[in-house]
Design a protein around this ligand. Structure first.
Ligand SMILES: [Mn+2]
Length: 280
């Protein structure tokens, strides 16, 4: 494994309130672009290269615009089969997991695990795709359908959707899912949209973040890129606001380092993690 992510500041799991976990698994992806399983270690590597500076021979973090109050522990990598066991240790101790994928189907495991302990669950699903295929299950395009029994649909929503299949459009309508498209953010402004997100979600909030919700101009290194996405600033503005309200956990999925441009997407993922930590 690469060194721990640069934001980790403790080697003691028990004293941590934020836990970083990698799941280097892309077994349920059908993407033409392979390589999302490399993301956890690659993001750790890039965080150490790009988000730290050297002062008098010592490592100095390039913080978000505030210091961390939190103790952050890097748990290393686990398999998808271990998620429930590891999340039990994390959620029952009121720690916040930040999981790095891997393909998006992994999120179904984390959502199911968290919903066993905290209900009703508000899911904030950032994605270019609704992942709402119901004709097949347990893969990266069926996550939202797979977790329907686990989430409170009335306080959940999708952000960044712009390439639904017909079946998915029908499912979104049938289940009356709130969707915020990139056009709606362009039209109404990020502040207005953020308020409506905060009004929608309840107390038990989980964020699942597919990096492809961000425009490929900012995040080219993803498994299934789609033009006309939200900007990096809009994404982080929303993440900060939701994290401030209080989250049970977050995952950051589908970074695909081998298709990236100069590690832009891995670096953005690392910065996003620091922004979320600073607002939790
Ligand atoms: Mn997805």
């Amino acid at each position: 494994m690469e060194p721990r992510i640069c934001w980790a500041n403790t080697d003691n799991f028990d004293e941590a309130d934020i836990v970083i976990i990698g799941v280097p698994d892309e077994s349920q992806s059908h993407a033409l672009r392979k390589g999302s399983s490399e993301a956890p270690d690659w993001i750790r590597r890039i965080s150490n290269l790009r988000d730290t500076y050297t002062r008098k021979g010592k490592k100095s973090l390039g913080l978000p615009y505030s210091d961390f109050k939190h103790k952050v522990y890097d748990y290393g990598n686990i398999t998808r089969e271990k998620i429930d066991e590891v999340y039990d240790k994390i959620i029952t101790k009121s720690k916040i997991p930040i999981l790095i994928g891997g393909d998006h189907s992994i999120s179904a495991h984390t959502i199911k695990s968290i919903s066993k302990r905290k209900r009703p669950l508000s899911l904030v699903y950032f994605d270019a795709h609704p992942d709402f295929v119901g004709s097949t299950t347990n893969y990266y395009g069926s996550v939202f359908h797979d977790v329907l029994p686990q989430i409170d649909i009335k306080s959940s929503l999708q952000i960044g959707v712009r390439t639904p299949e017909k079946e998915e459009l029908d499912n979104l309508q049938k289940h009356d899912v709130m969707v915020i498209t990139p056009f709606e953010i362009a039209e109404k402004g990020i502040e207005h949209v953020t308020k409506s997100v905060l009004d929608r979600i309840g107390k038990n909030i989980y964020i699942s973040f597919d990096m492809d919700c961000i425009d490929p101009a900012f995040a080219p290194g993803v498994s299934v890129p789609v033009p006309l996405g939200i900007t990096n600033i809009e994404a982080v503005y929303l993440l900060r606001a939701i994290a401030k309200k209080g989250i049970l956990g977050i995952d950051i999925m589908e970074v695909c380092p081998s298709y990236d441009i100069k590690d832009r997407t891995s670096h953005l993922a690392s910065r996003m993690i620091s922004e979320v930590i600073s607002c939790c």
